[in-house]
Design a protein around this ligand. Structure first.
Ligand code: UT7
Length: 331
């Protein structure tokens, strides 16, 4: 198979995590759970929780500033801002527009993408298409999630799993060296929406006292069903993305998976034939930050020297929608 030629490359990345660390023991003080249960079932030890006044726009803007500085991109040079978030600061306007104002990127167009945990990959793929069309050269792709704001803190089956954070990437046209996005496979299945969703508070069941009293505006998840679908879909997506890139598992230097549960990560790596020493894991420190997990993990991997120049990265994610996808990138 002919090897694909990249159109866009990741020029830089950045991340921001709030300072406040909440451990499993902290949670066990306020709900019927334990460090042992959370660690053995999920791999999570602690997560970061943003202060009340800090929303997704701020979490993402802080990550974006780091990425922009590393790529030596001035705010006025950014052509496109795509923000992935399942926790917009407000319903109107988009969090991307709020973030644009914070960053001073006055020449950009900005919009949100809502694909839950897979959102960063959707954003990267859309930015790649935008660059391919020749309409712009500098894209800021950000994922920012304040999951703590949409959790039911009385529900131990979801509250222990998530955390807050922001991750960012600057995308530019590939320079012909072979670095960049080589392949992607993105998919969704709206028939399974109710496995992971927020039932109320939208236009069909607008915010009301009954929505608030019953917590219909908060996240609900059928964990076991999501688990099964995640493992199957991520395995399939990895296969397809690898094949499109003309790679096998042996070509992968690092797998950067969505960080929801260490057991899902291990099952995905096993299926893909990638040993765990080539898998990036930080779910223990941050929990599931929805779409922010992939860019934050990639940024940490780069900082640790595990995703340096010319490293072959396979990234994969799964989330509400359902949505899922995988991407191969030469750094
Ligand atoms: O980002 C993408 C979306 N999210 C995911 O990918 C998450 C996918 N799902 C999962 O990671 C796992 O299904 C969970 C971690 C959510 C749950 O693990 P599980 O092994 O599937 O546990 P379970 O739901 O089958 O529950 C086992 C038991 C239940 O008790 P009984 O019915 O056996 O008596 C639960 O009530 O564990 C109980 N349980 C807890 N116990 C202590 C559920 N949550 C907790 C908790 N602490 N926090």
């Amino acid at each position: 198979m002919k090897k694909p030629k990249p159109i866009a490359e990741i020029a830089s990345t950045g991340r921001f995590l709030p300072d406040n660390v909440v451990t499993n023991d902290d949670l066990a003080e306020r709900m019927d759970t334990s460090d042992e249960w959370i660690r053995t079932r999920t791999g999570i030890r602690e997560r970061r929780i943003a202060p009340p006044e800090m929303g997704a726009a701020e979490l993402g803007a802080r990550a974006a500033r780091v990425a922009m500085e590393r790529a030596a991109v001035e705010p006025g040079e950014v052509d496109l801002i795509i923000v992935s978030t399942a926790t917009p600061d407000r319903w109107l306007p988009s969090t991307a527009c709020d973030m644009q104002a914070l960053l001073g990127c006055s020449n950009a167009l900005a919009f949100d993408v809502m694909a839950a945990c897979t959102g960063h990959m959707y954003g990267l793929s859309m930015a790649e298409g935008y660059i391919a069309s020749g309409r712009g050269e500098v894209a800021l792709v950000v994922a920012a999630e304040k999951m703590s704001a949409i959790l039911d803190w009385e529900d131990r089956t979801t509250a222990v799993l998530f955390g807050d954070g922001g991750g960012a990437a600057v995308l530019k046209p590939a320079n012909g060296s072979g670095r960049g996005i080589l392949s992607s496979h993105l998919q969704s299945d709206g028939n399974l929406a109710e496995l992971l969703y927020r039932p109320g508070g939208g236009a069909v069941d607008p915010l009301s006292q009954s929505v608030l009293d019953e917590g219909r505006h908060l996240l609900k998840m059928q964990g076991r069903e999501i688990f099964k679908n995640a493992v199957r879909s991520m395995a399939e997506a990895c296969d397809i993305a690898l094949k499109k890139a003309g790679w096998t598992a042996l070509d992968v230097d690092l797998l950067v998976p969505h960080q929801a549960n260490i057991r899902i990560i291990e099952a995905t790596a096993k299926y893909a034939g990638i040993p765990m020493d080539k898998v990036f894991v930080n779910v223990d420190r941050y929990g599931n930050m929805s779409s922010a997990t992939v860019p934050i993990a990639l940024d940490e991997a780069i900082e640790e020297g595990r995703a340096g120049p010319d490293a072959n990265i396979l990234t994969v994610a799964f989330g509400a929608g359902l949505t899922w996808g995988a991407m191969t990138i030469r750094m």
